[in-house]
Design a protein around this ligand. Structure first.
Ligand SMILES: Cc1cc2nc3c(=O)[nH]c(=O)nc-3n(C[C@H](O)[C@H](O)[C@H](O)COP(=O)(O)OP(=O)(O)OC[C@H]3O[C@@H](n4cnc5c(N)ncnc54)[C@H](O)[C@@H]3O)c2cc1C
Length: 508
């Protein structure tokens, strides 16, 4: 008998969300972490809309939203002057029930997830390090080492490597981690401060040689600063503290820092593991990909990995699908990680480049572009779709088939708001079952009802309305939706292909 069906190594946001989804799906899970306690520093501070949508499926989104700050606007500062303001408002209105990016620091976020996990009876085993593992066709045998030196061998069906950028799971499966490290050194600081940029909005300063980002934190008067450390300070090999950081841009923005609560420096890497799976061991989160914090995507991508893998593991473990379905994890998530690393690399290189042309574009052209994009509805929607991860799609992977309207197999199910006459808040409400289901927008046929009954798919028929067409859905079409809210298959009369019973994944 296995000690756990899934052993999760690492209780950062990725491991915690994986464990939470697995526990919700009835999987026996153990979570170990070598650290004595959860992270106590704010690190990733933006939660994107797609993650909130998927948190809503397990009933935790509203509580998180109540504790965070929806990002209302960003101001761009150049040479001590406010050069542009982009008011986001509800920039994703009509696209998502969470039409904003939410400021919610990682330490509060992790604490929240730990509490939710404990409520489901799963306690993170702290000071417990995954020291090594081996696997065969029957399972994984993992060696755990406690702080007092004692060891335990755990047997599990699967091992999830959520053990961060220096992952031992990645090392053991001998996956490469190609990419590079940027030359610049950055600092992050959580501070108490005053001044015009302490306005609950995001403020970004570009100067000829410096860069500073000011994010509002939850407590009034608190902010997160992200800035560059001058080459000269780095070159001297000294330990860099807040006192040693150039204050030109800070002072240019009129920011008066009265207390520094946390200060840290770091180098930014851009790397994607060349395999996300070897047999029964998987890589997720920072263990699988690391990239620049531009756009606030890092932690969100790890959480996205966790949700993508959780329901597939649960499905295989309950005997619903062949283990081949787990191959789709790498196809779906590695492709996205590669695109993301390439995009954030381009954005980051642009922000940091210091040649005369790059400076001219950044200082003279960019403010106009920001103003133009933010002042048009189309621009705001484009910006939202780009950063919110609502555009993530798994087209072309083995579980995705067909197209109906503008929605392809592999796309996120578009969101449609409903009203009291429908008896549902929106078409995402049925996703809370975390089960395969069929959606029809319009009218269903008797044949489809029989098909769903035979397959034991929940059938949800929504009264047709204009908003559905605007969202890209086709009237009376049939969408087979996965437990994570992505469309597996779309067709005009029945699912174009039925991945659930296709040879690839079904047991029979
Ligand atoms: C200073 C700083 C600032 C950052 N700012 C941002 C930001 O603004 N935006 C953004 O998106 N991201 C930011 N990040 C990155 C973000 O914090 C990570 O992307 C995120 O934490 C990844 O989550 P994870 O769960 O995959 O890995 P981690 O959070 O690294 O968690 C890994 C866990 O595994 C544990 N572990 C490691 N090895 C073992 C082992 N052998 N056995 C057991 N446990 C093990 C560790 O103790 C740790 O708890 C920042 C990171 C840092 C350090």
């Amino acid at each position: 008998m296995n000690d756990a069906q899934v052993l999760v190594a690492g209780a950062g946001p990725t491991g915690l969300v994986l464990a939470l989804w697995l526990a919700k799906l009835g999987v026996r899970v153990r979570v170990v972490d070598k650290a004595a306690e959860a992270g106590t520093t704010s690190r990733a501070i933006v939660v994107q809309a797609r993650i909130l949508e998927q948190y809503d499926q397990i009933g935790i989104a509203q509580e998180i939203v109540a504790q965070g700050i929806p990002m209302a606007a960003a101001n761009m500062w150049i040479a001590g002057r406010k050069a542009a303001r982009a008011a986001f408002g509800e920039m994703g209105k009509g696209i998502s029930p969470f039409p904003f990016a939410l400021v919610y620091p990682q330490d509060a976020h992790e604490k929240f997830l730990v509490a939710k996990l404990e409520a489901l009876g799963v306690k993170v085993e702290r000071r417990t390090e995954l020291a090594g593992f081996e696997q065969d066709g029957g399972g994984v045998r993992a060696r755990l080492r406690r702080a007092d030196g004692t060891e335990e061998v755990v047997e599990a069906a699967y091992l999830a490597g959520c053990d961060g950028a220096h992952s031992i799971v990645r090392e053991t499966i001998k996956a490469g981690f190609p990419g590079g490290t940027y030359d610049h050194m950055f600092y992050v600081a959580d501070v108490t401060a005053a001044g015009p940029v302490m306005n609950r909005e995001v403020n970004i300063a570009f100067d000829t040689a410096d860069f500073l980002l000011v994010f509002p934190l939850i407590e009034p008067g608190h902010a997160r600063l992200v800035g560059t450390v001058k080459d000269s300070a780095v070159g001297q090999g000294r330990t860099i503290a807040w006192e040693g950081v150039s204050k030109d841009v800070v002072e240019g923005m009129g920011l008066e820092v009265t207390k520094v609560h946390w200060f840290s420096t770091y180098h930014v890497h851009h790397r994607v593991a060349n395999a996300f799976r070897a047999g029964r061991a998987f890589l997720l989160g920072d263990a699988a990909h690391v990239h620049s914090p531009v756009g606030g995507q890092g932690m969100n991508t790890g959480i996205g990995d966790a949700i993508n893998l959780a329901w597939k593991l649960a499905w295989v473990l309950e005997g619903g699908a062949d283990a081949k379905v787990l191959d789709t994890y790498e196809c779906e998530r590695r492709a996205f990680a590669e695109r993301l690393v390439a995009t954030t690399d381009r954005a980051f290189t642009f922000v940091m480049r210091n040649g005369p042309l790059a400076r001219f574009v950044r200082l003279r052209i960019a403010p106009h572009v920001v103003r133009a994009v933010a002042s048009s509805r189309m621009g705001r929607r484009l910006m939202f779709r780009t950063i919110s991860q609502t555009n993530v799609s798994y087209r072309g992977c083995a579980l995705s088939a067909g197209v109906a309207g503008k929605v392809h197999g592999g796309d996120r199910l578009p969101w449609v708001q409903l009203d009291a006459s429908d008896g549902l808040r929106d078409n995402f409400e049925p996703l809370r079952s975390l089960a395969w289901q069929v959606h029809v927008y319009g009218e269903r046929t008797e044949e489809l009802a029989r098909y769903c009954e035979a397959k034991k798919f929940g059938l949800h028929v929504f009264r047709w309305r204009e908003a559905m067409e605007r969202a890209g859905l086709a009237r009376n079409a049939v969408y087979l939706v996965r437990p994570d809210g992505y469309v597996a298959s779309a067709g005009m009369t029945h699912p174009a292909a039925d991945p659930v019973s296709a040879d690839l994944v079904a047991r029979g």
